[in-house]
Design a binder for this molecule. Structure first.
Ligand code: IMP
Ligand code: MG
Length: 176
């Protein structure tokens, strides 16, 4: 058991299970895109670990980059404008494969899709290590899923609880 801030977490998914899930995703993506040069884009901060390990398993030519999402309050009180920080590349006609650590409600993913489609990409694909089907509220299909998990809060392997836990090599879940 580990303690992060005020909460306790128990072991949930081992480093070995994570490795196997990532190797499987990499093989699927290779089979689908080895005839072109896809651009992998990791979504910071959470996806730094999965992006690194996925890229080491992907053995065809590819490019790798990272973005961060920023939300700004618009001029009207409820309006939220999402932006991508760090994308300084022309993606016109390219296949973009976004790498996410986790898809929960899908709100972030839908915003990402809109942002990338405005850049005239050829394909927009999503690879996420973790997916919470019970929490997902969107229609957008998720192309590559590593591990489906119940609707529980997890930390480790890039995922944090209020800034802590990202460095853990395996995944823990909130103790009930
Ligand atoms: P969304 O609800 O799919 O938009 O997910 C938003 C973000 O919430 C994810 O990118 C994560 O940063 C964070 N998140 C969702 N579920 C968890 C979790 O179980 N642990 C840690 N962060 C999470
Ligand atoms: Mg995230």
């Amino acid at each position: 058991m580990i303690q992060l801030h005020d909460k306790q977490f128990v072991p949930f998914i081992s480093a070995k299970e994570i490795d196997l899930a990532i190797a499987k995703m990499a093989a699927q993506i290779t089979a689908d895109f080895s005839d072109e040069i896809p651009v992998f884009i990791g979504v910071l901060n959470g996806a730094f670990m999965v992006a690194s390990d996925l890229m080491k398993c992907y053995d065809s030519p590819c490019e790798v980059s990272f973005v961060k999402m920023a939300s700004y309050e618009g001029t009207s009180s409820t309006e939220e404008v999402k932006q991508l920080i760090g994308l300084n590349q022309d993606l016109t006609g390219r296949t973009v494969i976004v790498i996410e650590d986790i898809v929960d409600t899908g709100t972030t993913l839908v915003a990402l899709k809109a942002l990338f489609e405005s850049k005239n990409v050829k394909h927009f694909k999503v690879a996420t290590l973790f997916f919470k089907p019970e929490a997902y509220t969107k229609e957008l299909p998720i192309d590559y899923v590593g591990i489906r998990i119940p609707n529980k809060f997890i930390v480790g392997y890039g995922l944090d609880y209020d800034g802590l836990g990202r460095n853990l090599p395996e995944v823990y879940q909130l103790k009930d």
